[in-house]
Each structure stands twice: as structure tokens, then as C-alpha cells.
Design a protein around this ligand. Sequence first.
Ligand SMILES: Cc1ncc(COP(=O)(O)O)c(C=O)c1O
Length: 451
Amino acid sequence: MNDPRTRALLALDRQHVWHPYTPADDPRDPLGPLVIDRAEGAFFWDSAGKRYIDANSSWWVATLGHRHPRLIKTLQTQSETLTHIALGGITHEPAAKLAQELTAIMPGHDDPNVPADRKLSRVFYSDDGSTAVEVAIKLCAQYWAQNGRADRTKFLSFRGAFHGETVGATSVGGIDVFRKVYGPLLFEVVQLPPPWELAQASVESIVERIAREADTLAAVIIEPMVQGADGMRTYGPEFLRALREACTKSDVFLIADEVFTGLGRTGPMWACEHAGVVPDVLCSAKGLSGAMFPFAVTVANERMYDGFRGDSTRAFLYGHSYCGNPLGCAIAREVLAIYRDEDVLAHAQSLAPTLAEGFARIAQRIPQAQRPRALGMLGAVDLSTSSSADYHSDLGWRVFAQARKRGVYLRPLGATVYIAPPLTIAHDTLHELLAVVEESVAAALSQSGSF
Ligand SMILES: Cc1ncc(COP(=O)(O)O)c(C=O)c1O
């Protein structure tokens, strides 16, 4: 039974809060939302003091866990001098230094084979993953419009892709349930099958397709190595390499959406590094600001920037109010420093085999848990035979309820059960998390008579 404060908060919530990705009358979670009072590291605590492991890093942002002490300190220190200033005609230390530090760790930054004008050298600041993608789309469209190729207006993307919530990002997205109702608002894209579905022969046909469409294509956009929101669909680096080659050959921009995969989620700092691929534009958000602040960057190469030189009619007339916010920039700088100082990637790499084994074991033990997969610090299994997330299935939600009882926040993607915990999670906690995932899947399926 909830205490009076919790009951009152839940009543206010029911009356006034419109939750994201949640049906108005939510039958999937009869207990109602968790009331969370505190979070730290890989854990958060509800109003009754019950501890939960944050299995999805709070929608993939808490790569360093919650409330990293150095980030709290940075927020305090930066607040003492400058919390916000417009970036129009003004710069400041956090924005200038972060841009330099980011460009120094971009894929290909130290590769002598990458020509100077193809290095990711220009940082455009925005607010979240969706706006980072929106910026990328507009940059590519405007580049061609003012550089003699006004016919290059189309974007090519993949079924199963997710690139964010805004109308442009939804247009290049490829998950039906998120696109369908907005159909009339979306711009037309060339949509190809998801990368994980492709055999070598079809990779070649995609490469040919890009060459064929090149005259009208502005850019190709892809989630490198894994389509996250469609159920953690992983694929190999060869596809990325073939895509990079095809884009280079046809002179089409390649946008890597690293909003989910960046900051070490899949192993290296950027998922493009699995394939040794340097995109023309890279989008990053989520973990970049360490679960402290909405913050994003779109990093473009020098060639793109050069395409905007000239008189004022050629400027990129775009910018959000909070673009380059000093608190966000200072926090992102500290996030990068923590990655360096605490060797976060090495720690994550030491955990990855345990995570992969955990998911392999679940699939071995539970026949209905199909297609176990893992890449770096993410792992998943499907509970339905469908090869996409199957969003309206309630199977994942039954697992969610079981995990909630056992002190794990395990929000599913439809019938796909996955984890993407903080990269800094302790070995013991990861073992505990994997055991709860296994028990919860077994309990949910036996309850429904399928196991
Ligand atoms: C690959 C990818 N791109 C873009 C976005 C949108 O990011 P945001 O929710 O910060 O707008 C997401 C969100 O999950 C994502 O996974």
C-alpha cells in the first residue's frame, strides 16, 4: 500500500501528466508509474525506498550512470558564472573547447588517409537526438540547393530505422507504428530493407540502387551497427563499409546517427569505428551530456562547411534558443574527461562478454526467447516470432511487470526484451541484472502458459 505522499503524487500524475509512449488508459502496467525520488550510479529508488537497477540507462542517456559526482560538481561550478547565452555572435569557453575536443575524437580524426576536407571538423549545437538529426537533414539539403545541385533533395533510409520525433526525423524513420498516423506530413524518402536483413547479394543491389538514385539523393542516413528502437537489430560492419563506398562513389552524403550508439554503447566510442568508416555528418546526444541535461551536436566535415561560405544568403539559417548552452557544453566536456580518466570504454569492454553470455543463456534455457544478440553494452532477445519489435505485443510488458517486482526497470521494445545499462555498472550488478532478466522472462512466459 502506498504512503499518502505517493498516493497524492500518483493522483496528480493521473490528472495532469501526459506520459511519452504511453496509452492514455495504460493496461500494461496496472500498478501505475513508479514514483522515483532519487538516483545514483546504476540505481534509482522509489518513494517507498525500493531500489531498482536502471536496465535501459533511462532511455539510453545514463551511460555514466546517474548523478556522476564530477558532473554534479561541473553543473555547480558552471552555474556560478554563465548558465545561458545566445550563440549568435557570441562564443564562450565551454562551447569553443568542447567543439575542439569533440572533433579530436571523431571517427577518422587521426587517419592520414582521410582528406582534410572529409574530417569531421565543425560542430553545430542543438538540444536532443531529434534536433541533431533535423540539423543533419537541413545541412545536407541546403548544401546541394546552393552548390549547383538543386535536384538533390531526397533522403535514403532503412526500414526499421529510428531517428527521432520531429517531422523531419520521422520522415527518415522506418518504423511503421511511429510513421503511419503522420503519413501526410512526412516528406518522401527512398526506403530500403533493414541492414540486418541483407545477404551479400542484396548489399550489392543497395549499392547499385544508390548509384542509380544518386542524381536526386541528398544523403543516406543510418544507425551504425544496430537499429536500436526497432528491437536492437544488430548487423555487421561490412554493410557500413559498402555503404560508405557507395556514397563516396556517387558523391552522396552519409549521415551516421550515433545518438544511441555513440559514447561507447557498442564498444568503441563511435559505432562507425567498428567499420573504420568516416561519415560526412555525425549526430550525437543522449550520453553526451551524462543524464544531466538535454544536449546534442551535429558534427559535419569541412567540405560541408565550405558549402555555406559566401554572402549572407548562403548562411545556415537555423538555431535553437538553447543551442550551445554553457551548462550543457561544460557537462559534455566533463563527460569526455570522465571517459578518459576512468577508462570507461575498457570497463565496458570487460563487461561485454558477461552480457553476451547472459543473453545466450536466456535463449538456451527458454525456447520462446529467440535470436539472442549482444553488441558491447547492449543485449536483447525476442519473445515473438516477428523479426521487428512488434510494438503492440504485451509480452515484453509482462516481463516488465515481473522485473519491476524484482527491482529492475526493464522497459521493453514491444516483444523484444533488452538491456542497455550504464557502461559504468559494476560486474556484480550486471550479474544480478542478468539473473533478474532471465527469471522475469521465465516467469512471464510460464504465467502466459508459453513456457
Ligand atoms: C538513433 C536515434 N536517433 C535519434 C533519437 C532521438 O533522440 P531524442 O529522443 O533525444 O530526441 C533516438 C532516440 O532514441 C535514437 O535512438
